[in-house]
Ligand binder design. Structure first.
Ligand code: CA
Length: 231
């Protein structure tokens, strides 16, 4: 089960969240102070951040911005006491993935956590070396891939696309499957977008002779072909 870091200064709510989330099987780290929370959020190993907006020390939005900068793919859920639209926009602008207005039902929190986990990239804990497949070392947290030790930055979509293909080398993914995995099932984009991004990805891999490894299967989709590498 994932590890959650919860930063919330209301002692009763913090205890309540700690107990109930543990009962749900989560591993939970609790913090009540903003400044300590920020430090822990940047240094500790966890999979999802639940963050109160109003905190003593350092406020939730500041923490959110800094975590987003340091850990681009970290799922962040903001708890906010106010339901003003401006506040919600502010939270999302600061890099939160979702927000929940207090008081909230625990079931709704669980549902949102599950949604965030589903949306999140497959778990890559900080300090984890990433996924090694063929010549690739894919680091989703850092949004980069190294090929034979040379680092190349990828956009978020390119990275998820490569990671999706790399999890099952040789397997052919249809365009619609890739669309669902990379853009999300309700995304309003056409399957042409998959071709466009595979093209981008190939361009970035070309200097390493690895562009042909993103193999197109005519009329169907794409696969990662680990054997097809130019030297
Ligand atoms: Ca608070």
């Amino acid at each position: 089960m994932p590890t959650l870091l919860v930063i919330e200064d209301e002692p009763k709510l913090l205890r309540f969240l700690g107990t109930l989330l543990q009962e749900e099987g989560y591993h939970v780290l609790l913090e009540s102070d903003g400044q300590r929370g920020l430090r822990r959020a940047l240094t500790e190993s966890y999979d999802l951040l639940i963050l109160d907006r109003m905190l003593p020390g350092t406020d939730g939005l500041t923490i959110c911005r800094q975590v987003r900068r340091a850990r681009p793919s970290m799922p962040i859920l903001i708890l906010t006491a106010k339901d003003a639209i401006a506040e919600r926009v502010e939270g999302l602008d600061a890099g939160a993935d979702d927000y929940l207005v207090k008081p909230f039902a625990f079931d709704e929190l669980l549902a949102r956590l599950r949604a965030l986990e589903r949306r999140a990239h497959p778990p890559t804990s900080p300090g984890n070396a990433g996924m090694a497949v063929g010549p690739f070392l894919i680091d989703e947290a850092q949004r980069q891939v190294s090929i034979d030790g040379q680092v190349r930055s990828l956009s978020a979509k390119e990275l998820v696309l490569l990671a999706t293909l790399a999890r099952h080398p040789g397997r052919v993914f249809s365009r619609s499957e890739l669309l669902e995995q990379v853009w999300g099932y309700d995304a309003d984009v056409s399957e042409k977008e998959v071709d466009v991004y595979c093209h981008y990805l190939r361009k970035k891999l070309r200097p390493f002779g690895a562009d042909k490894m993103i193999e197109s299967v005519r009329g169907f989709g794409y696969r990662l072909n680990l054997t097809d590498r130019r030297r």
